[in-house]
Structure formats: C-alpha cells, structure tokens
Design a protein around this ligand. Sequence first.
Ligand code: WT7
Length: 647
Amino acid sequence: MTEASKVYPPSDEFVAGANATAEMYARADANPDEFWAEQARRLDWATPFTQTLDWSGAPFAKWFVGGELNVSVNCVDRHVAAGKGDRVAIHWVGEPIDDTRDITYSQLKDEVSRAANYLSSIGLQAGDRVAIYMPMVPEAIISMLACARLGLTHSVVFAGFSAAALRSRVDDAEAKVVITTDGQFRRGEPAPLKAAVDEALGTGDDAAPSIEKVIVVRRTNHDPDLNWVEGRDVWWEDTVDEQSPVHEAEAFDAEHPLFLLYTSGTTGKPKGIVHSSGGYLTQASYTFHNVFDHKEGRDVFWCGADIGWVTGHSYLVYGPLSNGATEVIYEGTPNSPNEHRHFQIIEKYGVTTYYIAPTLIRTFMKWGREIPDAHDLSSLRLLGSVGEPINPEAWRWYNDVIGGGRCPIVDTWWQTETGGIMISPLPGVTATKPGSAMRPLPGISATIVDDNANPVGDGEQGYLVLDRPWPGMLRGIWGDPERFKETYWSRFEDQGWYFAGDGARYDEDGALWVLGRVDDVMNVSGHRISTSEVESALVAHPAVAEAAVIGAADETTGQGIVAFVILMGGIENTGDALIAEMRQQVAVDISPIAKPREINIVPELPKTRSGKIMRRLLKDVAEGRELGDTSTLVDPSVFEAIRAKRA
Ligand code: WT7
C-alpha cells in the first residue's frame, strides 16, 4: 500500500471504549425522527416535545415541536444539581503568562445568574438582541449564557472585526445592548477595543438608533482617558458584579432564536444566520459527545477557535458545557510569548482532546517539530480539524508529531449554517484516510450531485448537498426569508435539498472528500470571506475605479486573497504607498483578516462580452498556471499587461 492510500483504523482500546458505535448509522437511517428524538433527550426539557420534526413549512423547519427548555440551565444548572458543581468547567488562560482562572460549574452558575439579573433589570426581554464584541475572556461566555438564560438572542461579533462591521451588524439586528471590554491583549500589548465600539455606535444624528446600553468589562485597564458616554456606558464590575447570584430561569420554546451569527455570502452584505434553541443544542450536544468521544470527569477539551466564529459557539460554549465538560479557553495567539504556548498549555492542563484548524497545523509544521517535541503531549488522546480541507501531509504530521501516532483524527466538515458537525469520522468506529472527512454522521444525510441533481460517480466532482433536514440547521437569515430560500434552497428547489456551496467527491471506497467552495467565497485560515465584500472595500478607496478579488492557493492559509485593481483616471500609481492605503481600507471596512495578501494595480480587468469579470482566469494568473479558455474574453491581450505587472 502506498503512503498516500494508507488507512488508519481505530485502535482496539478505542473501539472498546468509544461512545459511538457502528450500529448508530443504520439505526438513524431506519428512523431519523426517532434517532433525533433520542438525542434530544440528552437535554433537560421543562416541557417535553410532542413531535420531532415539522417540515410542512419547508425550508423553514420546526424541531421538537411543543418542547420547552432553557439552554443556560442545560449548560450550567443541571450539572450543579447533579452534584458536579465543584468540577472545573473552564480553565481560562489569559494571554499574559500566569493570568489564569479556573471556573467551576457552581461559580459559572453564579456568574451567569448575576449577568442575567442585570440584563433583565435594565428591561431586556426575551426576543431582544444583544451584541457581544469581546476577546476571549470568561465574561464573553458568561454573557452568551446569560442571554440564553433570558431568551435574549445574542449576536457575537468577532473582536477582530472593524467598527464599520460592528455597526452594520448592530443595525441589522437592532441590538439594544453591546457587551465589550476596555481593551484586549494582542501579542503582549494592550490594544483598545471599546474605542471601536464608540466609533461604531456614533453620536448625535449618527448614533446607532437601537442601542440603549454598553456594558464594559475591565480587561486591560490600559487607558486612563477611556472615552465614556454617560447614561449609555456602564462597567460590568459596577453593575453585573453587584447582582444576586440567584436567578430563576424560565423555559423557552424549542424554536426560540438562541443566536444570530453573521457570515459572508456571495454578495457584499453579511447574512445573519439564525439558530434555534432545542434543535441547535441537541446537535451541538450530540456531536460533542460522539465525535470527540467525550468522557465526563476525565477529559480536558480544548478548541482553539474564537467565540466570534460558529466553532466557538458550538465547541467552546454549547457543546462542551451541555455535556458537563472541562475545557481550556485560551485568550491569546499561538505564538505569544513564543511558539511553545499551545504545547505548554496542553502539558499543564493535561489536555486530552485538541480541536484546531489546518492552517494552524501548517504553521506548527513551519515552526518545526522540535517545538512540540520539547513537551510531554502524552495526555492527548483525540485530535480534531475544522474549517478547511486538511491536506494529507498536514494530517500525517498532526497524527505523528502531535498525536504520537496514537490519537484518532476527526476531520469535521460543517458550516455556520449547519450549527454543528455534519460529516466526520467517528472515533473508535471509522478507519480514517488523511484528508477525507469520511462520511455523514448518524442521522445526517448528504449526497454529491451534478448540475441536474443526478448523483455523480465515484471519483467525479460534484456539489455537496444535504438532502434531509437536521436539528442544528439554520432557521433563516435574520430579516430576510427570501434570501434564505434563494441562497440555500433554490439551486435544488425541486428536490428540496440544501446546497452547501462546497464541491466534493467520493472515492472508490465511498469516503467523502470536501474540495472547497464552488461560489465566490474564500477560505483564508479557515475564515470565510466573500470576494465581493473585499471588492467593495477596495473600491471605497478614492483611487480605485474597479477591483476583482480571488482566493489563490496558499501553502499556509489554505487560500490567500489576491486583488487586481484599476485606478481612477488621473490618479498616479505611487506603488507600495498606495497599496498600503488600499489594504488599510479593507482593514477598516471589514477586518485586518481580510487584507489582501497581494494587490496588483493593472490597466484592465479580463471581462467577457457580457461584462462579467473572469475570476477563473485571474486565479490562473495568481497561481502561476497556464491560462484556461480565454475565447470568451473581449480582449485576451489584457493578460499580457497583468502578467507584466506581476513579474
Ligand atoms: C466552510 C464553512 C465549520 C466551522 C468553521 C467554518 C469549509 C469547514 C471543513 C472541512 C473542508 C471545510 C467549507 C464550508 N470547511 N470545515 N473539515 N473540510 N472544508 O465555518 O465559516 O461557516 O465556513 O468552511 O468550505 O462550506 P464557516
């Protein structure tokens, strides 16, 4: 057998002790409703549901009809009630060395109750929206759970997003409150954060109309002249901390919207993905238990994502905490103060289960194996990958160097829209192939089809579709039901299938390989960024007349953003200085993470006769390939000029 086709079967030890079993697949297929009802019963319901799925209003699903529950009680109180209050829920690790905090389930219950008491004291009511714009501090998770406890719909906005991005999300959701921090630590230095909130919310005529309060957690304490808006701004320590730690939680309908999370689509405007309470929590809880083979009281789980992304929602908050897990939450970057940080944390806390993105694995590879080799990583027993396809080379390095050859790897495919993991190996059950997400989880059904909805043959590339509803599925796009139908359900409307936007293929053994996006969405370090959003930011720069953006293959980040821009007439090309301004424009409009790796100022863009920019050809240029078919271009010689510019 060649190295490339080597299969990794689970060890006997894993097979004997795993939570998941092979018979789950057939059982789930035979009766999906019964299977999901059984998974939902992992949770505590104040009122039991009477029907598992109502799909009569498709594509608007209702799961666990008639059921009522409180998500926060399921993640916190019930563990305390079961005598597990002294168990550590969160080993919090701040960026500054030795700035740590262990939070038990009892303490978490008190903190969440205090925050809930304050939020209700200022008049917030179930259904209101709260924006959370925070670094990875415990109060971020406490805030999410406090919202859940009151039926407030949270909208977490990644703290790396710009003021402009925050404002558009606050306005779209009509959030009444923003919870933030004074600042955040970035590579050892305090950096402002509240300043971005002030800029986003504006003043006077420009003030965000929905906002009533801004709650500020003191984190960096770095700015003696912190801007303060009287009547609007309050310190967490003066308000939340003063509250009673007792809060009687009310139960909400299974379909009550738990959170919104904005994600990039193929058009400029981010979509507010809506998630439910009962269905979402069922999927987060079920997948955490089975995919990560979670053993209560023994495992220490660590997901390296930020709460600003869906991975942080499902596998830092709702999945682990609903299972009573002990987890690590780390505030900083992997190289602060140096490249040893992650491995020191694994060693110190005895992390058993480690879940990160391939881009970080490739970064570790670049840093060299002597760094992880300097640490005792023997506590690890399971590794996970998420966010982008993992190349087999990175998979094998992860397996050998980090996992010591003994840890199963779960390559988990899912999306903001799916709420939880959908396609993944099951540890103890699946023999894995490096680079393949293998097969849909029990209860989940996916297929790969061509343009006419016909299944493709083994080895052929097609579109990945989900042909059966699932509990964690998005319930819509906030305020835009038409866009919801159009984006996900119109491509295979007759079949009633969900179109994921990814290309995929099956191999000869029926293993599924996800190939990446087939739409104008890029994946940079596992972050989803739309080409048109970056293009709009670039043309917002006064010197730019037109811009075309593509994701080009990148060894470390998966894809890198490459832009081609045409200048306005009469603008002088000052080269690097002008390019730096354009990159800054993108940072200001979206986020530093969306800054193009490369900006090419070109005389023209390749267009078809109907005026469409041929991005496919730009990608060929950026990736240094021979050009594909140029016959539909108005002027194929455009490329000579573009090539000359890049040389
Ligand atoms: C897109 C979703 C899943 C949470 C983080 C990203 C890509 C995700 C994998 C994987 C290949 C993957 C897909 C998907 N993706 N996981 N294991 N293998 N591709 O969530 O920002 O909503 O992005 O990420 O292209 O559509 P997201």
